[in-house]
Design a protein around this ligand. Structure first.
Ligand code: LLP
Length: 423
């Protein structure tokens, strides 16, 4: 469910014509619907209303501070994976005591920033990281609240690049080995054990792998309890999928119900780290057709629609072969043709869709690439020296630019031609 819809054959976001936004802001352009963001956050969060819990939005999915600020206002926290994300979350008004920090490669400087800020919990992913956290906390004269991210070796049945909870993946500490780390952590003066965490993957469309991971975590917690180690937080990560094409992921309430039924009474506050399920369907990427062309000479003629958005604006199709629905902003009944929708970047891998049925389009037509709210702008780059797209947030019948389009000056910010280098 989202708030992008056709009225009089023209695509709207909430009450605003997409065409009107483009007239003012140009393309390529990310358009977010505030009503969709709010609705999805509440739909997810309210599913867990019966248990003590904290919904920590995964900042990596969509890191614009306007979006983070919206979730902060609804009681949300943040799941961060870098010093940069800590900076964004704090700037957006997310209180430090609602921020948790995951990731396999936290630097000493990043840990220092997190401890100085006073975040809720650091999810430690290796024995060496535990030593580093102890050392940094001792230097600062603070006690670090920690959880260990355990790797439950569960198959999430999703794309290989976004599976994280298999033994062969780089994430977490094998659940079979983490016990020793808890015992070691218990004797460290600047470490306070707070919880356990896991995250098994992204875009999961089934509930069973989540429950399998939860069962393993519960067994593990029972083992810890027998050693006298009791936990305050149980962090189940993110991963609930969305519909891009014909996937049928569980409704967030169905997911919550299944988790709570399996959970029983652990006495822990539950932490969730949803990303995609909240923002995925809450934004579109709007792009303008620059050229259409037909390349002949192969087995059959190949039609291309060359748009002004590219793999630097939306990486998912190139990187994961991901499917995003693409529709003309002005609806038509004309018979569709099979086309590749590509960008201007000098790589054959630069496509938004391949062999896709699309109504005939002409130069200057606008296309909407749907479901780009998660891992869309946040994964964009300046490849081919392309300024990054603008971002707009729609609220009812109004909209606001929440990130201006980058300029050429932005492209070379920080770059220097060394003095004394002969031309
Ligand atoms: N927590 C942790 C520790 C994570 O690593 C992730 C995502 C999440 C939470 C949020 O997962 P979500 O609820 O969004 O599934 N770029 C890829 C997805 C990468 C996911 C990485 N980790 C894509 O575009 O599909």
């Amino acid at each position: 469910m989202h708030h992008f819809h056709f009225r009089n054959h023209e695509l709207h976001c909430e009450e605003v014509l997409i065409r009107d936004i483009v007239r003012q802001v140009g393309t390529p352009l990310y358009v977010y619907s505030e009503a969709t963001l709010t609705r999805h956050f509440q739909a997810f969060d309210s599913g867990f209303a019966d248990v003590p819990h904290l919904t920590c939005f995964a900042v990596k999915a969509c890191s614009n501070i306007a979006v983070l600020n919206l979730f902060a206002g609804m009681g949300g926290g943040a799941d961060i994976v870098s010093g940069g994300e800590l900076f964004r979350a704090l700037t957006a008004g997310i209180p430090a005591n609602r921020i948790i920090y995951s990731g396999v490669g936290k630097t000493a400087a990043e840990l220092r920033e997190a401890l100085r800020a006073g975040i809720l919990m650091i999810n430690i992913e290796s024995p060496q990281e535990l030593d580093r956290v102890q050392q940094v906390a001792a230097e600062l004269g603070v006690v670090a609240p920690v959880a260990f991210r355990v790797n439950p070796d569960v198959d999430p049945k999703t794309h290989a690049y976004i599976s994280t909870g298999l033994a062969k993946n780089k994430f977490g500490i094998p659940v079979t080995e983490a016990f020793a780390d808890y015992l070691r952590a218990r004797s460290m003066p600047n470490i306070s054990i707070q919880g356990v965490s896991c995250h098994i993957g992204s875009q999961l469309t089934q509930i069973a792998p989540f429950l399998e991971a939860l069962r393993k975590l519960k067994d593990f917690m029972a083992r810890l309890a027998s050693e006298g180690i009791t936990l305050r937080y149980l962090d189940l990560g993110g991963g609930v999928g969305i519909t891009y094409a014909d996937e049928q992921p569980p409704h967030p309430h169905e997911y919550a119900k299944a988790i709570m039924a399996e959970l029983g009474d652990t006495g822990c506050t539950l932490i969730l780290e949803p990303g995609r399920v909240i923002v995925g369907n809450a934004a579109i990427l709007v792009t303008e057709v620059q050229y259409t062309k037909v390349n002949t000479g192969g087995e059959k003629p190949k039609r291309f629609v060359v748009a002004d958005a590219a793999m630097n604006d939306l990486t998912r199709p190139s990187l994961y072969g991901a499917y995003h629905e693409i529709v003309p902003v002005s609806a038509t009944n004309a018979a569709p043709q099979m086309v590749d929708i590509v960008g201007p970047i000098c790589e054959t891998g630069d496509f938004m869709a391949r062999d896709r049925m699309l109504p005939p389009v002409r130069q200057g037509d606008l296309l909407a690439i749907m479901s780009c709210g998660a891992y869309g702008f946040s994964m964009s780059s300046n490849y081919n020296s392309r300024p990054r797209a603008a971002e707009v947030l729609v609220r009812g019948d109004r909209f606001q630019v929440i990130r201006g389009r980058e300029s050429y000056a932005d492209l070379i910010r920080g770059e220097v031609i060394p003095e004394g280098v002969q031309p």
